[in-house]
Design a protein around this ligand. Structure first.
Ligand code: SF4
Length: 234
């Protein structure tokens, strides 16, 4: 969290036949196209990056679960009315078993949304399945080239002092604090969602909210208010 986590790469998980899971819980999806939908979240452990504003704990109390154990837990806590599974992290694409998890969930007739920073890629993801949705929240200047064509939506976190005058999107690398244009969509027409950065400061948060309102009106991006925080759920 807050840039203090250890960085991992895919080779750290290459020989494991279990998923490294931080948590599995039933909640409300707070962001993006499925905002407001009851959903079951699988938070996979560890990340390829360490962003200074990251307020997600993806490192403590990590459990090692087989695919079957993961599916059993999901089925146990997911009511019949909930058909959306959100796989997040950390960085879900770190773990090769994530592809198999996605396919098994699609076979169980769930819609699967996966959230990635776009720094890594898995070749055997079920990308052509219409119930499989990749959402990318870039935190680096470039994305993995194999990923870009499959992204269904982009997410950016905006603060009043971190947005471009040209397109309203972030211009500071959250690993180094240096100026860099975070990766932008490669083609027009892909939805872009913007959220205000939570700086744990009432006045700054108000300023960030005002900033995304103005950016949305100017560039046409969709505002995503992280509904789960208002509802007091995870
Ligand atoms: S990529 Fe996402 S999960 Fe990883 S450190 Fe950055 S904000 Fe946190």
């Amino acid at each position: 969290m807050f840039g203090k986590n250890k960085i991992y790469s895919q080779k750290d998980f290459k020989y494991h036949n279990v998923l490294f899971v931080k948590d599995i819980f039933h909640t409300i999806q707070g962001e993006g196209v499925f905002s407001g939908w009851p959903s079951t979240f699988i938070r996979l452990a560890h990340c390829t990056l360490k962003c200074n504003f990251c307020d997600t704990d993806f490192e403590t109390d990590v459990r090692h679960l087989s695919i079957n154990e993961t599916l059993e837990k999901i089925e146990k806590i997911t009511p019949d009315h909930t058909r959306l599974i959100v796989i997040t992290g950390g960085e879900p694409f770190l773990q090769p078993l994530c592809s198999r998890l996605c396919r098994e969930l699609l076979n169980l007739h769930y819609t699967v949304q996966i959230e990635t920073s776009g720094s890594v890629w898995l070749d055997d993801l079920p990308v052509t399945n219409t119930n499989f949705h990749i959402v990318c929240s870039p935190k680096t200047g470039k994305l993995h080239p194999k990923l870009e064509q499959w992204i269904k939506a982009y997410k950016y976190i905006i603060s009043s002092d971190n947005h471009s005058e040209n397109d309203g999107l972030p211009i500071i690398n959250p690993q180094t604090n240096k100026f860099i244009k975070l990766a932008r969509p490669i083609s027009k027409g892909i939805p872009i969602y913007i959220s205000p950065m939570d700086e744990y400061d009432k006045d700054k948060n108000k300023e960030n909210l005002n900033t995304i309102k103005n950016i949305s009106l100017k560039y046409g991006y969709r505002i995503s208010l992280q509904v789960h925080k208002y509802l007091g759920v995870e």
